[in-house]
Design a protein around this ligand. Structure first.
Ligand SMILES: NC(=O)c1ccc[n+]([C@@H]2O[C@H](COP(=O)([O-])OP(=O)(O)OC[C@H]3O[C@@H](n4cnc5c(N)ncnc54)[C@H](O)[C@@H]3O)[C@@H](O)[C@H]2O)c1
Length: 234
């Protein structure tokens, strides 16, 4: 049995990702500031991803219980509001959780995955990190663009040791995060999504699982869009 750590593991997407790994026999550490309920082979862990030492300690703990194979950086926050009124304290917090937290996760996982002879880091980026976005604090898109760049750096660093690092870049998904948008904002965004629907958390979890699998062993530094074709004409 191998272990996997999923940060943001109690969130909508985190739960779908944890369940997918759990169903395949992994020992899953679901790390979150608001940890959920335990289950068979699912261990909820209180973790603030802005705490670097705690991320490192979690990687070591998971690896002691079963060799660490995968680390998913999914913890994230999203704050809506007009861009012109964006608050700088909110900016700092979003960068701290979404970007610096992902950095701490990558830094905690890499040495252990290297020592284990290989493994996979999967970061959760966003279409906002590719095209920006209004109606949300500008730190959100900036943090996710940073996550995409960080992904490439860790991909290069891990490559010689069999450690892949990739990201998924989801578009709008069904879940509490998009509940922060008004109905008219949602309608507008749906019009620019060729599939004319929100994505499902399970669809993101499947993309994460692909990137965390030996079959994708030659894929690294990729930013995989899971967005209903949002930046295609249509
Ligand atoms: N929902 C979407 O439409 C969407 C689209 C693109 C990307 N994303 C990204 O997907 C990821 C998951 O989002 P979600 O939709 O499941 O939202 P969510 O709010 O349900 O989940 C996010 C989780 O992160 C946790 N968290 C927040 N701050 C934390 C911290 N400091 N340390 C540890 N955990 C922390 C929260 O408690 C929550 O459980 C996020 O990175 C988000 O930016 C979501």
């Amino acid at each position: 049995m191998h272990s996997v750590v999923v940060t943001g593991g109690a969130g909508d997407m985190g739960q779908a990702i944890c369940e997918s790994f759990r169903a395949d026999g992994y020992l899953v550490f679901a790390a979150d500031v608001k940890p959920g309920k335990p289950d068979e082979r699912l261990i909820p862990v209180p973790l603030d991803v802005t705490d670097r030492a705690a991320c490192k300690a979690l990687a070591e703990r998971a690896n002691r219980e079963a060799p660490l194979k995968v680390w998913v950086n999914g913890a994230g926050i999203f704050v809506t509001g007009p861009v012109e009124e964006a608050d700088s304290a909110v900016w700092d917090r979003i960068i701290a959780v979404n970007l610096t937290g992902t950095f701490h996760g990558c830094a905690a996982a890499l040495p252990i995955l290297k020592a284990n002879g290989g493994g996979h880091i999967v970061n959760i980026g966003s279409v906002s990190g590719q095209v920006g976005g209004v109606g949300v604090n500008p730190a959100y898109g900036a943090s996710k663009a940073g996550v995409h760049a960080l992904t490439k750096t860790y991909a290069v660093e891990g490559a010689r040791f069999g450690v892949t690092c990739n990201a998924v870049a989801p578009g709008l998904l069904q879940g509490s995060m998009t509940g922060a948008f008004s109905a008219s904002q949602m309608e507008k965004m749906m019009k620019t999504t060729p599939m004319r629907r929100l994505g499902k958390m399970e669809e993101v979890a499947s993309a994460v699982r692909f990137l965390a699998d030996r079959q994708a062993g030659y894929v690294t530094g990729a930013i995989l869009p899971v967005n209903g074709g949002v930046y295609l004409y249509g």
